[in-house]
Every structure is written in structure tokens, then in C-alpha cells.
Design a protein around this ligand. Structure first.
Ligand code: IMP
Ligand code: MG
Length: 179
């Protein structure tokens, strides 16, 4: 088991699992008919996934533009608690465009529902959603992703961009802190 910061990390998805799944996801996205695609990575958690997925999208024949939006939930703790706000916005106009939102995890659904609604209000022609992980049975509101990497057990995961109290984003795998 990898030891990071003196903690044992149990690997759930290693980079080979993730790479293989990113290829399947990008093929699925390429077959979904997005036009003039603008990919929007939701910071911070999705930056590693987005970086790999856009290169897989290139290999699948797509030429997306890329934007970043920083969203955060009010309140502290590891569970997102209610209101979502824009910390740093995108710079592009999404009116009339096909948008693909990329996030790390779909849990309560609040973050992605907020982001999707924001893009719809701004006049996006189509808003798709891709997530690396989905935790089933955790939704506080109705929200489903169009493209899901892995359906993940209900554990707090870290790595591949995802953090626990700002740590572990650099891990090249998705894992669980064991002790
Ligand atoms: P939602 O609004 O509850 O769907 O929140 C999803 C967001 O919460 C994700 O984008 C992550 O930033 C964060 N999150 C949820 N579960 C985890 C986890 O297990 N590890 C790290 N971050 C998580
Ligand atoms: Mg996030």
C-alpha cells in the first residue's frame, strides 16, 4: 500500500484503470455529436482528470476549447453543504455553444446542477456532464451525468486531483486514506 504523508492509501483505481476508462469515455463523448465543443473543467478537483480527458478527446478526433470555473460550496467539512457559488468564472461566451462540464465526483449533485443551470441560463445550446466518479445513492437533488468514469463506493477518496484538507491532489491514482 502506498504511504503518503505517513498515511496508508488504499488504491481504488490506478493510472492504467483510469487511462483505459478515459479512452472509452472520450470515444463515447466523440460519438455523442457535440459541435463546436467547449469543455469547462470545474476547479479545483477536476484539473487532473480534465487534463487527461482532453488529450483523450484529441485522440478521439475532437478539437475542444477549454475553460475553467472555480466553484465552491458554502460551509466547511468534507461533505458539501448547500449553497454553491462562483469563485472564479470562465472568460468565454457560451451562448449557442455545446458545453461539456467536467468534474471529479458527482455526489449530492449540487455543484453540477448549479453549473449546468448557469450554462443553460447563459444560453448554451447543449450542456453535457462528464465525471470521473459517481457515488450512487448520495444525491440531494436530481442530477445525473451523461458520461461517468467509475461508479465508486461511498468512501472519501483522494488523489488524481482530489483532496482531503488540501492534501493528496498529486497522487497519480484514486485511493482511500486508511488510517
Ligand atoms: P456535490 O455537490 O455534493 O455533488 O459535490 C461534489 C464535490 O464534492 C466534488 O466535486 C468534490 O470536490 C467534492 N467531493 C465529494 N466527495 C468527495 C470525495 O470523496 N473526495 C474528495 N472530494 C469529494
Ligand atoms: Mg469539486
Amino acid at each position: 500500500m502506498p504511504v503518503v504523508r505517513g498515511r496508508n492509501i488504499r488504491v481504488l483505481y490506478d493510472i492504467a484503470d483510469i487511462d483505459a476508462r478515459n479512452r472509452e469515455l472520450s470515444a463515447e463523448i466523440a460519438a455523442s455529436g457535440y459541435e463546436n465543443l467547449l469543455v469547462i473543467s470545474i476547479l479545483k478537483g477536476s484539473f487532473v482528470f480534465a487534463a487527461d480527458l482532453i488529450r483523450a478527446l484529441h485522440d478521439s478526433g475532437l478539437e475542444p476549447e477549454v475553460e475553467f470555473i472555480s466553484l465552491s460550496s458554502y460551509g466547511a467539512g468534507s461533505a458539501s453543504s448547500g449553497q454553491v457559488r462562483v469563485v472564479k468564472d470562465i472568460e468565454s461566451d457560451v451562448a449557442g455553444r455545446d458545453v461539456l462540464l467536467i468534474d471529479d465526483i458527482l455526489e449530492s449533485g449540487r455543484t453540477l446542477a448549479f453549473a449546468r443551470q448557469l450554462m443553460v441560463e447563459r444560453g448554451a445550446r447543449r450542456v453535457g456532464v462528464a465525471v470521473l466518479l459517481e457515488k450512487p445513492g448520495k444525491r440531494a437533488i436530481e442530477m445525473e451525468a451523461d458520461h461517468v468514469g467509475f461508479v465508486c463506493p461511498d468512501l472519501f477518496v483522494v488523489g488524481y486531483g482530489m483532496d482531503a484538507a488540501h492534501a493528496f491532489r498529486e497522487l497519480p491514482f484514486v485511493g482511500v486514506v486508511e488510517d
